[in-house]
Ligand binder design. Structure first.
Ligand SMILES: [Zn+2]
Length: 121
C-alpha cells in the first residue's frame, strides 16, 4: 500500500485528542435539522405516455419530470414522482441528508479512533 498522497487532511490517528474532539464538536454542530432528512437521489427523466398517436410515440418525449430515486440496494430502485412545486425543496433536503450522512460517518470514525485510544468520552 502506497502512502495516501491524494489526502490533504491528516489521518485521524495523527491528530491529538484535543484536535479530534474539536473536530467532532464542529461536525456535530454543523449537522442540519434532522427532521428534514430525506434519503434518495433526485433524477430527471423524459417519458412516453403510451397514448396512441401522441408525439411521444415519434420520439418527442414528455417532461423532463423530476423523481426521487429510492435505492433499496441490490439494484432494487423505485422512482417517486416529485411535483415541480416541490422539486427544489426535495433537492435541498436530499443534499442536506447527504451532508448529514457524511458528517455522521466522520463523527463515528473519530469515536472509533477515540475508542482505540481508550479515550471514548
Ligand atoms: Zn405522449
Amino acid at each position: 500500500m502506497a502512502n495516501k498522497t491524494d489526502k490533504t487532511e491528516p489521518e485521524l490517528s495523527e491528530l491529538t485528542l484535543r484536535q479530534l474532539k474539536a473536530r467532532r464538536r464542529r461536525l456535530a454542530r454543523g449537522l442540519p435539522d434532522l427532521e428534514a432528512v430525506l434519503q434518495g437521489s433526485v433524477v430527471s427523466q423524459r417519458r412516453r405516455c403510451g397514448k396512441e398517436g401522441c408525439r411521444c410515440t415519434r420520439g418527442e418525449l414528455h417532461g423532463p419530470y423530476v423523481y426521487l430515486s429510492l435505492g433499496r440496494g441490490r439494484g432494487d430502485t423505485r422512482l417517486l414522482y416529485v411535483p415541480s412545486s416541490l422539486a427544489d425543496e426535495v433537492q435541498r433536503r436530499v443534499e442536506l441528508t447527504d451532508a448529514a450522512d457524511a458528517a455522521l460517518r466522520e463523527i463515528s470514525a473519530i469515536n472509533l479512533e477515540l475508542l482505540r485510544r481508550r479515550e471514548l468520552a
